[in-house]
Ligand binder design. Structure first.
Ligand code: HEC
Ligand code: HEC
Ligand code: HEC
Ligand code: HEC
Length: 468
C-alpha cells in the first residue's frame, strides 16, 4: 500500500473525516487465521481471572468460551434444528455448507488457515479481530500500540464504523452472505439486530476503564445505537439494491420484505398498517423491511433535518417503487444508500449530549403515540432504543418496571399486539412528563401517517357485521 493510501485507510478506520470507504472485513483481509488455540493459553487470553497488571483482561477466551454464543455458532449446525433445515434445503450437511459456515464460523479459504485453525471453533477471535499471522508475535510486546496492531492487520473492532459493519455482516447479511427466505422457510430464526443491545448481550470481554480510554475511542450507548442503525439501514438498502438489480424469479427475495406483514396478517381482522415510509402505498401491498432506515430518519432528524427529509422522501419512494418495477427499486435504493453513506461520518463523530438524547427519546415516544410501531419490527427497535437512551440519561432504573412491561410486549413477535404497545408507550411518555402528541404536532417533519380520513378507525369491523 502506498503511504497516501495507508493514511487514507487509517483516516477511514479512525473515522476522522470523509465519506467512509467500504470496510475490509476480517475474511477479506490477506493475513492467515491462526486459530483460537493460538490465543487461548492460560498465559495469554485464557487466564481464569482478569489480570490487573496488564492493560487487557486476559480472560477473554474464558468469557468467549463460556458466555458468548459465538463459540457455539458452529456446533448449532450439528443440532436437530440445523439437520431439519439442511434436509428441507436439500443440503447433505449444514456443518459443511458454505451458506451456513460463512456466518456460523470463521470460514476463510483453506489457504488462509494456519496449522492450528479449527473450523469448529465457530465465530472465533479472528473472525472479529482479523487474521493474526502478522501480529500474533508483536501485539504482546510492551510498546505495541493499537495503531501498530492495526497496521499489521488487526481488524479495528474498537472503532465504531468498522465494528458496526462487522456485526451487521452476519446479523443482517451483506453482499457475500445472506439468510434468504429459502433459508428462513427451512426454519432459520428471523434475524434482528441493534448494535448497542447486542454488544451488551454478547457479553463484552473488554473493560472500559481509564487505561482503555487512553488507548481506544469510547462511545456512549446512544452513539453506538445511532451509528449501528445508520450502518444497518445502509446495508438493508444495499441488499435491496443488490437483489432487485438481478434478474430473478417473479417474486423478489422475500427476506427483504417485512416478515410480519405476510406472517401475521389476517383476512378477517382488518388492520390498516400504513406508517412513516408507506403512506403512499396502495392497500394490500407488501412493504420492504426498512426498520433500520426508519430509525436512521429519527437520528437524522436530530442531527441534520435536511438529511432527514431527504432520507424520508427516498424511503417513501423506495416503498412505492416496490409496487412498480425492479429497475425503479434498484435506482432509488442506490440513491438512498449513497445518502446514508454520506451521513455516516457525521454520525460516527457525533458526541451526544443529554438534551439531544432527551429529544430523540421524545421523538421515539411521539412516533409511538402516532401509532408508528404497528408492525412488530419497529416496536422491537423502538423498545431497544428507548431503553439504551434512558440508560445513558441515568433514568433506566427509575423507570425499570415500565421498561420491563414494554419488553414483555415485544418478547414474542407472534404474540405482539400493537394496541397494547401504543398504550404502554403513552404511559411511559406520561411518566417521563413529556408533552402529548398535539403539542408537538406542528413541529413534526413527517407527512401525515395515513391517507385514511380523520374519524375512520384503523381497525374496521369485519365485513360480516359486529361480534369478532
Ligand atoms: C447471514 C448470516 C447467516 C446465515 C447465512 C445463516 N445463519 Fe444461522 N444464524 C445467524 C445468526 C446471526 C443467528 C443468531 C440469531 C439471533 O439470535 O439473533 C443464527 C441462528 C441460527 C440458529 C439458531 C441457533 C440457536 O442458538 O438457537 C440455527 C439452528 C441456525 N442459525 C442454523 C443455520 C443454518 C443451518 C444455516 C445454513 C442453511 C444458517 N444458519 C445460515 C446467521 C446466519
Ligand atoms: C463477535 C466478535 C468478537 C469475537 C468473536 C472476539 N472479540 Fe475480542 N473484541 C470484540 C470487540 C467488539 C471488542 C471491543 C473493542 C475493542 O477494544 O477492540 C473486543 C475487545 C477485545 C480485546 C481488547 C481489550 C482491551 O482492553 O483493549 C481483546 C484482548 C480481545 N477482544 C480478545 C479476544 C479473544 C482472545 C477472542 C477469542 C477468544 C475474542 N476477542 C473474540 C469483538 C470480538
Ligand atoms: C462471522 C459472523 C458473525 C459476526 C462477525 C458476529 N456475529 Fe454475533 N452471532 C453470529 C451467529 C451465527 C450467532 C448465533 C450463535 C448461536 O446461537 O449459537 C451469533 C449470536 C450473537 C448473539 C447472541 C444472540 C442471541 O439471541 O442470544 C449476540 C448478542 C451477538 N451475536 C452479538 C454480536 C456482536 C455485538 C457482533 C459484533 C461485535 C457480532 N455478534 C458479530 C455470527 C456473527
Ligand atoms: C410476501 C410474503 C412473505 C414475506 C414478506 C415473508 N414470508 Fe415467510 N413465508 C411466506 C410463504 C408464502 C411461506 C410458505 C408457507 C408454507 O410453506 O407453508 C413462508 C414460509 C416461511 C417460514 C416457514 C413456515 C413453515 O410453516 O414451515 C418461515 C420460518 C418464514 N417464512 C419466515 C419468514 C421471515 C423471517 C421473513 C422476513 C425476513 C419472511 N418469512 C417474510 C411468505 C412470506
Amino acid at each position: 500500500m502506498t503511504r497516501v493510501a495507508l493514511a487514507a485507510a487509517f483516516a477511514m478506520i479512525v473515522g476522522i473525516a470523509g465519506a467512509a470507504e467500504p470496510v475490509k472485513l476480517p475474511y477479506e483481509m490477506p493475513n492467515k487465521h491462526m486459530g483460537v488455540s493460538t490465543c487461548s493459553s492460560s498465559v495469554c487470553h485464557g487466564s481464569v481471572k482478569s489480570k490487573d497488571a496488564y492493560n487487557v483482561q486476559l480472560n477473554e477466551y474464558i468469557t468467549w468460551a463460556h458466555q458468548d454464543t459465538h463459540s457455539k455458532a458452529y456446533s448449532v449446525l450439528l443440532n436437530e434444528r440445523s439437520r431439519a433445515m439442511a434436509a428441507k434445503l436439500g443440503i447433505p450437511d449444514a456443518s459443511k455448507a458454505k451458506i451456513c459456515l460463512d456466518c456460523h464460523a470463521d470460514n476463510v479459504p483453506e489457504s488462509m488457515r494456519g496449522r492450528e485453525f479449527n473450523i469448529s471453533d465457530g465465530v472465533g477471535c479472528e473472525a472479529c479481530h482479523g487474521g493474526a499471522e502478522k501480529w500474533i508475535e508483536t501485539h504482546t510486546t510492551k510498546k505495541a500500540t493499537y495503531e501498530d496492531n492495526l497496521q499489521r492487520g488487526m481488524f479495528a473492532t474498537a472503532n465504531i464504523a468498522p465494528r458496526a459493519t462487522l456485526c451487521v455482516s452476519c446479523h443482517l447479511g451483506n453482499a457475500d452472505k445472506f439468510a434468504t427466505h429459502r433459508i428462513m422457510g427451512a426454519g432459520h430464526p428471523r434475524l434482528s439486530f441493534e448494535l448497542d443491545t447486542f454488544q451488551a448481550l454478547q457479553p463484552p470481554h473488554h473493560q472500559i476503564d481509564k487505561d482503555y480510554a487512553e488507548r481506544k475511542p469510547v462511545y456512549s450507548r446512544t452513539a453506538t445505537w445511532a451509528y449501528g442503525q445508520v450502518e444497518a439501514a445502509r446495508m438493508e438498502t444495499a441488499l435491496i439494491q443488490q437483489h432487485f438489480s438481478r434478474e430473478g424469479a417473479p417474486f423478489p427475495e422475500l427476506a427483504l420484505f417485512s416478515c410480519h406483514m405476510c406472517h401475521e396478517s389476517s383476512m378477517k381482522k382488518l388492520d390498516w398498517m400504513r406508517g412513516l415510509t408507506t403512506p403512499g402505498n396502495p392497500p394490500g401491498s407488501v412493504p420492504l423491511n426498512d426498520g433500520h432506515v426508519r430509525m436512521a430518519i429519527v437520528i437524522a432528524r436530530q442531527l441534520d433535518p435536511a438529511t432527514a427529509s431527504g432520507l424520508l422522501s427516498m424511503a417513501q419512494s423506495l416503498q412505492e417503487a416496490s409496487g412498480e418495477s425492479r429497475d425503479r427499486v434498484a435506482s432509488v435504493s442506490g440513491r438512498l444508500e449513497a445518502a446514508l453513506r454520506e451521513f455516516q461520518p457525521r454520525v460516527a463523530a457525533h458526541k451526544w449530549n443529554a438534551t439531544e438524547q432527551g429529544s430523540v427519546l421524545a421523538g421515539l415516544l411521539d412516533l409511538g403515540a402516532r401509532r408508528e410501531y404497528r408492525d412488530y419490527i419497529s416496536a422491537e427497535q423502538a423498545m431497544m432504543a428507548i431503553e439504551l437512551i434512558l440508560i445513558d440519561l441515568g433514568k433506566a432504573d427509575r423507570y425499570r418496571p415500565r421498561l420491563d412491561a414494554l419488553y414483555r410486549l415485544v418478547e414474542d413477535d407472534e404474540a405482539y399486539r400493537a394496541e397494547q404497545f401504543v398504550t404502554a408507550m403513552e404511559q411511559l411518555r406520561a411518566a417521563l412528563g413529556l408533552a402529548p402528541t398535539a403539542a408537538n404536532a406542528p413541529r413534526t417533519i413527517y407527512r401525515p401517517l395515513s391517507p385514511i380520513p380523520p374519524g375512520v378507525s384503523f381497525t374496521h369491523p369485519p365485513p360480516g357485521g359486529p361480534g369478532r
